[in-house]
Write a protein that binds this ligand. Structure first.
Ligand code: AGP
Length: 614
């Protein structure tokens, strides 16, 4: 998500160095940037931050880049609070003697902010991060040292963080810690470097310490002391980087698409974070809509484009199943021209990764004009759709670089599931424990996705065999049909092979005429009640010498290698959540087939990441 860099040592150009390092992380996207500098004898840490690109910050440096000193610098990808100068990092305490940068989300910041405000702390920004600066300040006296205060503050927060703290108390030191957000230390001679990712330090050193969750580091020019948060000494092996910069930017993967596929367990965790209560309920502190209104809509309309539309198809099935209310999903480019049935009793759910898609934005405006309450499920904070919708539910996929969407899709599914469960919980019409049972299964999804990703050899073998296919069909019923639509979109986008999704029962009503040798049919069979039906579709394909690939739950043998040419197996969850698991082998299949064919995977021909024209 955000970019972090830091420097301790004697270079006079330390500010310029940290900003140049941040440029090596620019590919990840950001909305604002800032820097904090501290030197011995100064009463306050100097902090400068600007909305927009690093160039805006550089233009405002006014000699600061020639000052030397210990430096931390940051590019922000907004999560809490709009992109602007004030919300940009670093954040400071009331005295201005402490400054810090943060990547991640502090889940319990609302309660902490309230306590600190009551104790007299003055907050300037809308961010969760600023809480940390004041919390450290509040512990300074009782802890007796800056290090003790940082440890004490971190022991009070829950959530995800990689943080770097500087202070006038110890101007030659950076304190750093991480939990669930990446942080590395670059080791130099008489100087050391900090960054959220390896490419940032590669211009200065190739020896790095990769911090693990719970690590706490004291970094001075002379060395690095690593301990646990509670102070037990730690030893981490020094990793010597042999990658080139481009490989390092992709975390060692050859393409952003595969990196982002592997980001998915963390992206799901981040999207669930702070939204699950201790009793396995759902909490949405960000929603301002009164419960009475939320449960009162008699109609739900979901509007989106492409992958986001496909996520909406899963949402429709889920809401109708759970809430027993009619839900309609519309392609955003059609919405305005379909004379949509939308009124004040309608909840319009607008889904978009970028928050800038022109058709989706136009549909949002149309829904508002017609009186609907609009709720956006969006990844980019402060984007046009996020700003204009009545309510926003952010997904926390982080920046998605590959044009073909992967982690945005699964986090959209998670956001939609959470919203449905929240409405069900507030309606209180389901039996006791029903919502909690769903929530428990949702919480297992990150590990289940990670399990699929630990061994991809079966998908890679299938990709080798199927890369010469002339055409693909993706078949499924119910939730499998919804997931099949995204599987087909992924394959066509990155491999350029024709791919179409069909409701399995429709095969014999037309597309079967196209099945012949060289045509591959991907049969999704993850819905227990529909198992027998998909078997008949497979028989129809095999009888015409098509190739059949099954996607099934581990342990289900109804579609084993005796029935289909190849099988990809995924773990089990509630049938309604199976799209989150079933899509993973389909994303991988698309990626590996495109690799076999030597395609431009991250930037497929004719496509753009954000479609801002109608
Ligand atoms: C998906 O792989 C595509 N990049 C595309 O279909 C995309 O989902 C669509 O353009 C919508 O974009 P949005 O989510 O940013 O609105």
């Amino acid at each position: 998500m955000c970019g972090i860099t830091g420097y301790v040592g004697g270079r006079a150009n330390s500010v310029r160095l940290t900003l140049d390092s941040l440029k090596r992380l620019e590919y990840r996207g950001y909305d604002s940037a800032g820097v904090a500098v501290v030197k011995p004898g100064e009463a306050q840490v100097t902090v400068l931050k600007k909305k927009g690109k690093l160039g805006n910050l550089e233009a405002a440096l006014d000699g600061l880049d020639r000052s030397g000193g210990t430096v931390i610098a940051h590019t922000r990808w907004a999560t809490h609070g709009r992109p602007n100068d004030v919300n940009a990092h670093p954040h400071s305490d009331c005295s201005g003697r402490i400054a810090l940068i943060h990547n991640g989300i502090i889940e319990n910041y609302i309660g902490l902010k309230q306590t600190l405000t009551e104790a007299g702390h003055i907050f300037k920004s809308d961010t969760d991060t600023e809480v940390l600066a004041h919390l450290i300040e509040s512990h300074l006296n009782s802890a007796g040292s800056l290090e003790g205060a940082v440890r004490a503050a971190l022991s009070e927060v829950t959530g995800a963080y990689a943080i770097c703290v500087v202070s006038t108390e110890e101007p030659d030191t950076i304190y750093a810690a991480k939990t669930a957000s990446p942080l590395i230390i670059g080791l130099g001679e008489g100087e050391n470097f900090l960054a959220s990712d390896i490419p940032a330090v590669m211009g200065y050193t190739r020896n790095v310490l990769v911090l693990e969750d719970g690590d706490f580091a004291k970094i001075t020019p002379e060395g690095v002391t690593l301990t646990t948060l509670s102070g037990h000494p730690l030893n981490r092996e020094v990793f010597h980087v042999t990658w080139d910069v481009s490989t390092a930017q992709k975390g060692g993967y050859p393409h952003f698409m595969i990196k982002e596929i592997y980001d998915q367990p963390q992206a799901i965790r981040d999207t669930l974070r702070g939204r699950i209560t201790e009793t396995h309920g759902v909490a949405f502190p960000e929603l301002t809509l009164p419960t009475s209104k939320l449960v009162d809509f008699n109609r739900i309309v979901i509007v989106a484009c492409g992958t986001a539309y496909n996520a909406g198809l899963v949402g429709k099935n889920f809401y109708e199943h759970l809430l027993r209310r009619p839900v309609e999903v519309q392609v955003a480019s059609e919405f305005r021209y379909n004379d949509p049935i939308v009124d004040a009793q309608t909840l319009a759910i607008i889904i978009s990764q970028s928050g800038e898609t022109a058709d989706t934005l136009a549909a949002l405006r149309e829904a508002k004009i017609k009186g609907a309450t609009t709720l956006a499920v969006v990844n980019v904070v402060g984007s046009s759709i996020a700003r204009e919708a009545d309510e926003v539910l952010y997904t926390y996929a982080g920046p998605e670089i590959c044009v073909a969407s992967t982690k945005a899709y699964v986090t959209q599914l998670i956001g939609l599931y959470l919203l449905g469960l929240y409405i069900a919980q507030e309606e209180n019409k389901l039996g006791p424990g029903v919502v909690a049972a769903y929530v428990e299964q949702l919480q297992n999804l990150p590990e289940q996705v990670a399990e699929i990703l630990t061994d991809t050899s079966a998908v890679q073998d299938a990709a080798k065999q199927l890369a010469s296919s002339s055409s693909f069909f993706f078949l499924g019923r119910g939730f499998d049909y919804a997931a099949a639509q995204e599987g087909a979109l992924k394959l066509k986008e990155v491999s350029y092979i024709h791919a179409e999704a069909y409701a399995a029962g429709e095969l014999k009503h037309g597309p079967l005429a196209l099945v012949e040798p060289g045509v591959t049919v991907v049969c999704l069979a993850t819905q227990s009640a529909l198992y027998d039906k998909i078997q008949s579709s497979v028989k129809e394909v095999k009888a015409r010498d098509g190739t059949a690939l099954g996607i099934v739950k581990i342990g289900d043998e109804g579609l084993n290698e005796n029935f289909v040419d190849m099988v990809l197996r995924v773990p089990s969850t509630h049938d309604t959540f199976m799209p989150v698991l079933a899509i993973i082998p389909m994303q991988l299949l698309a990626y590996y087939i495109a690799s076999e064919l030597g395609r431009e995977i991250d930037q497929p021909r004719n496509l753009a990441k954000s479609v801002t024209v109608e």
